[in-house]
Design a protein around this ligand. Sequence first.
Ligand code: NAP
Length: 249
Amino acid sequence: MNRLEGRVALVTGASRGIGAAVALRLAAEGASVVVNYAGRADAAAAVVDTIEEAGGSAIAVQADVSDPAAAGTLVQEALARFERIDILVNNAGITRDGLLVRMSDEDWRSVIDTNLSGAFYLSRSVGKLMMKQRSGSIINMASVVGITGNAGQVNYAAAKAGLIGMTKSIARELAGRGVRANAVAPGFIATEMTSALPDTVRAAAVASIAMGRLGTPDDIAAAVAFLASEDAAYITGQVIAVDGGMTFA
Ligand code: NAP
């Protein structure tokens, strides 16, 4: 499929996990891709190499999305190389789990700053470009816990719920300029983020999933590619749960 031929995509947190799968899928569908990462330069370079070996076009750009100045530089570097941005995937995210009464200010702030404010900084500056282009698709990586809540994740669930509200607000503001905004809410996906969880937690999660398996990064990438493409031309302000029947939210 070449649904994204000629488009330029900026994917945050694309060095591994879901973001890497999204970058590879968007490139496979024809997009040029800006592969953002925080610290793992080798992993980001490997994603770029894979895209280039398949005949695609990509660059890796280091930027901490929680820093507004760095987010601005990321957009400038993307424009310097590819001149436009058609697809923004706000995927970068971290967890700092802990129970409410024990959560430090630092664990609260770092998750909000990366998972929510980072998406705001990039949506603000890329949204402006997309409004001028009169086209664009913004996809925010939420989570089912932003809908259902989760014990031990007040910071993370608040950030993800915030992303959902932000997505719907962006969709309302920018629809008239041809820009769509949607969120994908993954369930339990096998990545480094979830690999540290104890086997008992993993088994309980699988038991709660109607389809009886964890999701893969490719499961999420397929939904992102759809939302980025013209196949989703009449879809904006939506939250698509990709969770194998975990929440029915
Ligand atoms: P992951 O494997 O831990 O990868 C996180 C990615 O984000 C890495 O590329 C990392 O870059 C990047 N990153 C972290 N902090 C950053 C920052 N401040 N600035 C720029 N990039 C940053 O995570 P994942 O499981 O793929 O999750 C990706 C997204 O999906 C997150 O938003 C997560 O909340 C969401 N999600 C995941 C699941 C799940 O079950 N895995 C479920 C629901 C939602 P480096 O490699 O350079 O560190």
